[in-house]
Design a protein around this ligand. Structure first.
Ligand code: 4AD
Length: 430
């Protein structure tokens, strides 16, 4: 091949007549005998090459199969019918890896696509989602780093539940004891605010969720933050600034991907602080008004959340949950002890909860009482209690489900499509 290899996006920008070489995988192929069309994709785009009997690559172009890896060279020419408005008058084609009959067909079922996910990640849809997901993670780090947060790393093997025993994954440890996969790095972040004050981490969390829903994974990516010397109000500000920054960045960097995914951009353009707030009390009233069977004290599930999202055209905070439905570490509201100083952030358009967070109990006695009240054993939380013994401070934090965030921003209808290799109740392969 004579010319240097160019990413397809760059090749398409060259003037007609330029000699180009691109490399990638065969996206589509059509053999009309005298003309062989080979559409090549790489990570940047797709381009069509047309081989006629006069071109040295004609015979190979006729026999190349879908998903073969190829290097294609020729002269660029205008063609309004071609994807990208230009095509390559194909000269040479080198087949690097001739693909066997590719198993994915247009009408493949969701279940089959998950079974061959190692191949399905090549689809244009998955490629678009993964690019968008990359921006989401990049923007998250960018925001935290430029707002005085330190990134920290916490263990995945833990010895006591953060979010209740029902969803713990036990693991047989090297010494024969049983440990668990972490559900949340929160307690470690709480320990780290005593040295760094503002910390965050992005790591997998594990939940043995029995529920098969569109928004539950058994292993999900969890961005968590914890801030010393602040309360509920302060942490909600962090959340709304962070989420708005991420959405802004995606709108800047991923227009093409959003378009390919058919995402309506209007609701995303609306994502700017401040986010509206609604109390749990008011939410119950609204839900009852809509005919849902809920009463004060109930936890709200996906259906209730979906109904509430109809009331808002941007993300909104749902605050003031009853003590019984939130984890033991949440501080009770001193002016109304039956509710917690906590809030969830719900994404609009039916998506629902993407963040859970709030103010933590800072007083030792109060924490001990709540642990007992929840039927838990204080001796399981010795080191966590220590944090209240040695220089306790008011503090607050939150956990953001990154896969749920991507699902919403990309406008996907199922969380499994937000992550390349989803882990669910029924899937640990590939
Ligand atoms: O509300 P959760 O359970 O809160 C905590 O784990 C806190 N300890 C976090 C903290 O304050 N540091 O989970 C936080 C978020 C949820 O809002 C949701 O977006 C996501 O994590 N999440 C899940 N995402 C996918 N699959 C699951 N099974 C999830 N469980 C929680």
């Amino acid at each position: 091949m004579s010319t240097a290899v160019k990413p397809i996006r760059e090749a398409l920008r060259l003037p007609a007549g330029s000699q180009v070489t691109v490399r990638g995988w065969v996206y589509r192929r059509r053999d009309l005998g005298d003309k062989a069309f080979v559409v090549v994709r790489d990570s940047t785009g797709i381009i069509q090459a047309v081989f006629t009997p006069e071109s040295p690559g004609h015979a190979l172009a006729r026999k190349v199969t879908v998903e073969s890896s190829v290097i294609v060279g020729g002269a660029l020419r205008e063609d309004p019918r071609a994807p990208g408005g230009k095509e390559i008058a194909g000269r040479n084609i080198e087949i690097v890896g001739l693909a066997e009959n590719f198993p994915i067909r247009r009408d493949a079922s969701r279940e089959f696509l998950l079974e061959v996910r190692h191949l399905a990640v090549r689809s244009r849809k998955m490629t678009a989602v993964l690019k968008l997901r990359s921006t989401v993670f990049e923007a998250l780090h960018e925001w935290f780093r430029s707002n005085g947060f330190y990134e920290v790393h916490c263990p995945m093997f833990i010895s006591a539940a953060v979010e209740g025993g029902a969803t713990l994954f036990p693991v047989k440890y090297v010494d024969g004891s049983t440990v668990y996969l972490t559900q949340s790095s929160q307690f470690y972040l709480e320990a780290l605010i005593y040295s760094l004050e503002k910390v965050y981490t992005v790591a997998p969390s594990f939940r043995a969720e029995k529920s098969r829903t569109r928004r539950h994974l058994t292993e999900f990516w969890h961005a968590e933050a914890e801030v010393a010397w602040t309360g509920l109000e302060g942490i909600l500000k962090v959340e709304e600034e962070l989420v708005s920054h991420i959405v802004r960045r995606v709108l800047e960097k991923n227009r093409e991907e959003l378009e390919l995914l058919g995402r309506n951009l209007e609701p995303l353009k609306n994502v700017e602080p401040p986010f509206p707030r609604i109390s749990y009390d008011k939410a119950i009233e609204i839900l009852q008004g809509k005919g849902l069977n809920v009463k004060w004290g109930d936890d709200l599930g996906a259906d209730e959340e979906r109904a509430l999202t109809e009331e808002f055209d941007k993300p909104f905070f749902l605050y003031g949950f009853p003590v019984g439905v939130k984890a033991f570490y949440h501080k009770n509201d001193p002016s109304r002890p039956e509710v917690t100083l906590s809030a969830d952030l719900l994404a609009p358009e039916g998506y629902g909860e993407i963040i859970g967070g709030g103010e933590r109990i800072e007083k030792l006695e109060e924490l001990l009482d709540k642990i007992k009240q929840f039927g838990l054993n204080p001796s399981d939380y010795e080191w966590y209690l220590d944090l209240r013994r040695y220089g306790t401070v008011p503090h607050a934090g939150f956990g953001l489900g990154m896969d749920r965030l991507v699902t919403w921003i990309a406008g996907l209808d199922h969380i499994v499509d937000s992550i390349p290799f989803p882990r669910t109740v029924t899937r640990t392969y590939p």
